[in-house]
Structures are given as structure tokens and as C-alpha cells.
Design a protein around this ligand. Sequence first.
Ligand code: SF4
Ligand code: SF4
Length: 172
Amino acid sequence: MDASRSQSVTRIALIEAMAHLKQQRRDCSHCSGVCCTFVFNSMQITASEAETILEYLTREGLLTLEAVQSWRDTIERSGLDRPPLSDGRRVFSRRRYTCPFFQGGNLGCSLGPETKPLGCLAYNPLKAGVTEGEACGSDATRESEAPPESWPIPVALLRGLEERGTPAEAGF
Ligand code: SF4
Ligand code: SF4
């Protein structure tokens, strides 16, 4: 199965799982959204997930110079172009960053479930009424999958733009 098809199949399953969690009131509606900020967020995505986001931004006319600059700013601010913290043999932790798609507080993510990274869809409250990410975790079925090559969201998006060969004169 190619990466795009595999992503679609997983996405559908995760959206169904989220609907089930919502019935149990395990949703993010009361949370400040710390999993999208430098407090918790170290999300990495694949080239295929980046392409899904780029396609959406292009379709909606949101792939702007300002957007691209915000990705560059995030990379610089959070050192996402530097190696992860490690002793040379083992990675201790990924670098954290506030996601450029986070709108703050209850506004949450500006990407819909059909666009946002699979890791974001898979990360949910483990109980009702979470307000500061105090009881959240990832879908266990995804954790057992072999991790494909991935990068922090803004890094993956810039890589995706480069692969598209977006003209340099457009400022990208
Ligand atoms: S893509 Fe959306 S859900 Fe994922 S880290 Fe960014 S703001 Fe949060
Ligand atoms: S409840 Fe958990 S998964 Fe939802 S926004 Fe808060 S920290 Fe993120």
C-alpha cells in the first residue's frame, strides 16, 4: 500500500475512534491545548502527511508567504533544524515547539481532522474533563507501527515545498 493510501486508511480509523471517544466525553473542548504548544508538543510528520497539509493550504489559498515565514520562525525559535538532544547513541528527547497551526486556547488547531497529522488525531484525553493535558495519550495501535521517517511539522512542510520545486521567486 502506498504512503498516501495507507495514510487515508489510518486517518479514517482514527476519526472513527475519536467519534467514539467523544461519546465518552473524552474530547479536548475544555483544554487549553498544551499538546500543541512548546509545553508538550514535539509532533513529527511524514512526507505524505506534509503533502496532505500542503494540498489543503493550496486549495484554500492559505499557502502564503506569511505562512511559510511562520514555519521558518518556528524552526529558528525552537531549534528544529538542530539535532535532537542525545548522547550520540540514544536520542533523549525531541525538541518541543508551538505548532504554527495552533490558534490558542479553545480555538485549538486550524486544521480539520481530514488534514491534520495522524499523530495529532491519535493523541487524545484518557478521561473526560481534561483541562491542561493532565491525562492524555496516544492510540496504542499506532505506537506498535514501525515509525517511518519524519520531521517536526514546519520542517516537513518546507521539505515538501522544496520537493514540489515551488519557484524561488515566489519567496518560498
Ligand atoms: S497540527 Fe494541529 S493538532 Fe497537531 S500539533 Fe499542530 S495545532 Fe496541534
Ligand atoms: S485534552 Fe489532551 S489531547 Fe486534547 S488538547 Fe488537551 S492536551 Fe491535547
